[in-house]
Design a protein around this ligand. Structure first.
Ligand code: SAM
Length: 271
């Protein structure tokens, strides 16, 4: 059998930029990622973008059955040739439109999601997956390091922004390790990182209107150097901000997720 690395090296498959194809070529990095995921035989695991199966193969060795979602027809043909449907179910199509809940059979067996994600769709994909968060056990992704830094940022740092609030509202987020460009074929221009997302349980999360949260943080971070009393002047007056513990003179990047949630719930209660 031709190995993944040979297929890439000899460019049997020409990587497609439009599908964000940077294939992992480093056995050491692949091992480390699979170790971080920690697959178990009975896991209900789905990999997004299997590509040439660099992660797929070791994942399949660890779990009884694996699901993958892939958009590129040429790659799907290769996967079908190499792997039996007994071990691997290939869902052909766009992960952005994929209904992940169809994989769930019993509520106790939640989904484990993994993937070296196509960078061009990483944010929309994270938001799409957030819709299924209550059916998910955990997610491990390779993303651009800069995106992971924003996802995991603490309030008060320059990286804390809309993406941090919207994802930290729903998940515990941990940056695990950095992966350099040389681990991929072709090498991307920037560093990548592995991130772990674990959905918060209902008791860990104060529920709020997510659509309103999105609207408010977009306004708040619109001009991030400005004080909130300016950026939010059409949404919340100073006394409302103070009543939920947000200083009207604060900047959006200083306000932690819990305070945003208090603000949204106060706004919702008004209507
Ligand atoms: N997992 C492989 C690896 O680590 O070497 C490939 C990773 S590559 C960065 C991204 C993969 O996602 C490619 O196989 C690409 O074809 C696939 N892909 C791109 N856009 C997609 C989409 N919208 N839905 C599903 N798969 C997609």
């Amino acid at each position: 059998m031709v190995s993944v690395f040979e297929e890439v090296k000899h460019l049997k498959h020409i990587p497609r930029k439009r599908f964000g194809q940077n294939f992992l070529n480093s056995p050491g990095v692949i091992r480390k990622i699979v170790q971080a995921i920690g697959p178990k035989p009975d896991d209900l695991m789905v990999e997004i973008g299997p590509g040439l199966a660099a992660l797929t193969e070791p994942l399949m060795e660890a779990v009884k059955h694996l699901h993958v979602v892939e958009i590129d027809r040429d790659l799907i043909a290769g996967l079908k040739e190499r792997f039996s449907p007994d071990k691997l179910t290939i869902h052909e199509g766009d992960a952005l439109e994929f209904d992940f809940s169809q994989l769930i059979q019993t509520p106790e067996r939640k989904l484990r999601v993994a993937g070296n994600l196509p960078y061009n769709i990483s944010s929309p994909l994270l938001f799409h997956l957030a819709e299924y968060a209550d059916q998910v056990q955990d997610m491990h992704f390779m993303l651009q390091k800069e995106v992971v830094d924003r996802m995991a940022a603490d309030p008060g740092s320059g990286e804390f922004g809309r993406l941090s609030v919207m994802l930290q509202y729903r998940y515990w987020i941990e940056r695990l390790f950095i992966v350099p460009p040389g681990a991929f074929t072709p090498p991307p221009k920037v560093d990548s990182a592995i991130v772990r997302l674990i959905p918060k349980t209902p008791d860990q999360m104060q529920v709020c209107d997510v659509a309103l949260l999105g609207k408010v943080v977009t306004a708040a971070f619109g001009q991030r150097r400005k004080m909130l009393r300016k950026n939010l002047k059409d949404i919340a007056d100073e006394s409302l901000l103070e009543s939920v513990g947000i200083a009207p003179t604060a900047r959006a990047e200083e306000v932690p997720v819990e305070a945003w949630v208090r603000l949204i719930n106060a706004l919702s209660a008004r209507h």
